[in-house]
Design a protein around this ligand. Structure first.
Ligand code: NAD
Length: 290
């Protein structure tokens, strides 16, 4: 396929390189001049998008997605698919899909989980919203860039699945970290805490697969000085999107709201920027109730 790839950052560059390695003709554009291995370079988004079967975007937020989409949609050929893999608000995803449909294009929102490691290893999970037809067309690309693609329903549903998942993740990571800090103060060893919880009803991905306590459980960013991994500021972004969606949908999400407040304080006032989101554990360790 002829593919345009717009946004060659930490995630986009390795994803584009994997598509090229698999034999697709990939042309990239990044406003910062970033490039990717095996990927041709265009002078603008519309230039990359001209004649492409699929235009992939991997951008920082919904506002940037909307402005890039407004530029590239008129350059795309009828029947082509606009495939956005960024994490953005549900409203922007749906607005861009509507615009694409009006221009006779297919559109998919397909945010990912798996981080930079998943992007370079081609093992991402895609959560996809959009038509069956567009999903079928993009399927071979998901198979190259990832190990799993779940079709979650119409446009916007991929983003909805992503932010609901990450709201659970933010809340369970905080719960796991505060429980470790309490266990410390009660004189329980971290090893004992892990052994019990990871095989009892408190288990979760945060405890079992990504344990925030160094030296305990599987290898995780905690064993590497809390270098991300999944940075606290990215968790803050996703929790912000989930609360934005909850407000728009009138959904009561008190735990998600509290997780947002804690990550915001951590990132903005407590030195959390550039640290993994599991570094909530040292944050709780240092504090009392006051
Ligand atoms: P990044 O900041 O490294 O990359 C974004 C790229 O977009 C940058 O290179 C930037 O120059 C480019 N860009 C910005 N405006 C542009 C424009 N108008 N035209 C062309 N290019 C433009 O971010 P990233 O880590 O690659 O993340 C991309 C998306 O993936 C985000 O939405 C993020 O939330 C999501 N995501 C990231 C991770 C992760 O671990 N990094 C994991 C899952 C999802």
């Amino acid at each position: 396929m002829k593919i345009a790839f717009i946004g060659l950052g930490n995630m986009g560059a390795p994803m584009a390189a994997n598509l090229s390695k698999a034999g697709h003709e990939v042309t990239g554009f990044d406003v910062a001049g970033a490039t990717a291995e095996g990927v041709g370079t265009a002078a603008s988004g519309p230039e990359a998008a001209t004649g492409a079967d699929v235009v992939i975007t991997m951008l920082p937020n919904g506002q940037i997605l909307r402005s890039v989409a407004a530029e590239v949609i008129p350059a795309m050929s009828p029947g082509a698919v606009l495939l956005d893999c960024s994490t953005v608000d549900v409203e922007s995803a749906r607005a861009v899909a509507d615009q694409a449909a009006e221009a006779g294009l297919g559109a998919l929102d397909a945010p990912v989980s798996g981080g930079i490691g998943g992007a370079s290893g081609g093992t991402l999970t895609f959560m996809v919203g959009g038509s069956d037809e567009a999903f079928a067309k993009a399927r071979p690309l998901f198979d190259i860039m990832g190990q799993k693609a779940v079709h979650c329903g119409p446009s916007g549903n991929g983003q909805a699945a992503k932010i609901c998942n990450n709201m659970i993740l933010g809340v369970t990571m905080i719960a796991t970290c505060e429980a470790f800090a309490l266990a410390d103060k009660l004189g329980l060893s971290r090893e004992a805490m892990f052994d019990v919880v990871s095989t009892s009803s408190g288990y979760s991905w945060s405890m079992n697969a990504y344990c925030p306590a160094p030296g305990v459980g599987p290898q995780s960013p905690a064993d590497n000085g809390y270098k991300p991994g999944f940075a606290a500021e990215l968790m803050l972004k996703d929790l912000g999107l989930s609360q934005q969606a909850a407000e728009a949908a009138d959904a009561d999400t008190p735990m998600g709201q509290r997780a947002l407040e804690l990550y915001r304080a951590f990132v903005e006032d407590e030195g959390g920027t550039g640290r993994d989101f599991s570094a909530m554990l040292p944050r709780f360790e240092e504090r009392g109730r006051g």
